[in-house]
Design a protein around this ligand. Structure first.
Ligand SMILES: NC(=O)c1ccc[n+]([C@@H]2O[C@H](COP(=O)([O-])OP(=O)(O)OC[C@H]3O[C@@H](n4cnc5c(N)ncnc54)[C@H](O)[C@@H]3O)[C@@H](O)[C@H]2O)c1
Length: 350
């Protein structure tokens, strides 16, 4: 039975991950594809044998079609326009990360969510990696004591394409939110401050800064050290980062590719080695599930049951806050404090 009539806006590189999932569900029907470049939409229409109309302007699609769920896969710079328009037209929205490009845009989106009473869920697919969830559950179990220090690193080399390449901080303004959201998820923390140093290594393909070294503080006392470079010539990490979580009684390490390893001690007599250590492994499964599939299953379930998903906009504001506070820290060359409020303005950087 059809439960979701969907307008999908933005038919670029990532759209296949969404369409792979949606076209397999028998509770979803696409009522329109929208892209300002109609050939992009046509390509997907043919690939998935879709019969819905194609529009180049969202206003026309909203005026002519009757749907209830809008999927926003456009650029980060225009997400807020698409999302607020859809919410005001009575649609719930699923959207690609990052939520927005500026603090004002974040506040405008959250204000519209509040006023319309509609849902806005953000795609943070890396939460749905099996080993990421297992690391989080291990931390939450308390077996290793409270987390104290989290370290994440990403070294990749990719032409991100389109508008992203023109950004002043291309990696930070598009992709780093994955690392930041994972960091929050792993240790169940909310950011309170950041000091962010950003730079452009001389061999970088980007005109903007593509490398960084940063220190975030979380409300649960965890310090998050983050380092990244989109432009490394070799020895790349996974796009899922490499991680180390230090806790009061043990540590967890994951190289971002294979198994997770952890060690901990049960006695506090100062002999933190040898026979006192216990160890564990979370093995990489033989078949690794597509991250978007897991995430979309969760979002559709949340919409149908009324459950608030982990990537609801009221939680995701803390992840986009880490991006926007980092930019402020770079530009003002100082530590920036993050404040999230229940009333407008919802996000304030100090
Ligand atoms: N979750 C992930 O792992 C992941 C991976 C890649 C990209 N993304 C995110 O997905 C989004 C899209 O990325 P992409 O790689 O597909 O980008 P892309 O540039 O390939 O595609 C964006 C599409 O949106 C269209 N578009 C832009 N503005 C529009 C507007 N106002 N109205 C209609 N169409 C418009 C463009 O013509 C283009 O076809 C970005 O926010 C990106 O950060 C997420």
């Amino acid at each position: 039975m059809i439960k979701h009539n969907i307008i999908l806006v933005g038919c670029g590189a990532i759209a296949f991950r969404w369409l792979d999932h949606i076209t397999k569900r028998d509770d979803c029907r696409l009522v329109a594809l929208v892209d300002k470049k109609p050939d992009n939409a046509k390509k997907y229409s043919e690939r998935y044998n879709l019969t819905c109309p194609i529009y180049t302007d969202l206003d026309d699609a909203l005026a002519n079609e009757k749907g209830d769920l809008l999927i926003d896969l456009t650029f980060v710079t225009v997400h807020w326009q698409i999302v607020t328009k859809a919410l005001k037209a009575g649609y719930d929205v699923f959207g690609e990360k990052p939520m927005a490009f500026t603090v004002d845009q974040v506040n405008e989106i959250l204000k519209t969510v509040k006023e319309t009473g509609k849902h806005y869920f953000v795609m943070q697919n890396r939460r749905f990696i099996d080993r990421v969830e297992k690391m989080r559950n291990l931390v939450k179990s308390g077996l290793l004591g409270d987390p104290t220090l989290l370290s994440g690193e990403i070294y990749v080399n990719a032409d991100m394409g389109s508008v992203r390449n023109t950004f002043k901080y291309p990696q930070l303004q598009d992709n780093n939110i994955h690392s930041f959201d994972m960091a929050r998820y792993l240790v169940d923390g909310k950011p309170t401050s950041v000091i962010y140093h950003s730079f452009r290594p001389k061999d970088s393909m980007y005109t903007g800064d593509s490398a960084c070294d940063a220190v975030f503080e979380f409300d649960n006392g965890v310090t998050f050290l983050f380092r990244g470079y989109n432009g490394a010539q070799a020895c790349w990490t996974s796009w899922d980062n490499q991680w180390r979580i230090d806790c009061e009684k043990g540590s967890i390490v994951w190289d971002g590719f294979g198994d997770v390893h952890y060690q901990y001690f049960e006695h506090s007599n100062g002999l933190h080695y040898g026979e006192w250590f216990k160890e564990g492994v979370f093995e990489k499964p033989e078949v690794v599930r597509d991250q978007h599939d897991g995430a979309l299953e969760d979002l559709f379930d949340a919409l149908e049951t009324g459950r608030t998903p982990g990537t609801d906009c009221w939680d995701n504001v803390y992840s986009i806050a880490m991006v926007l506070a980092s930019i402020k820290s770079i530009e003002e060359n100082r530590k920036v404090e993050i404040e999230v409020n229940d009333t407008y303005p919802f996000l304030v950087l100090k």
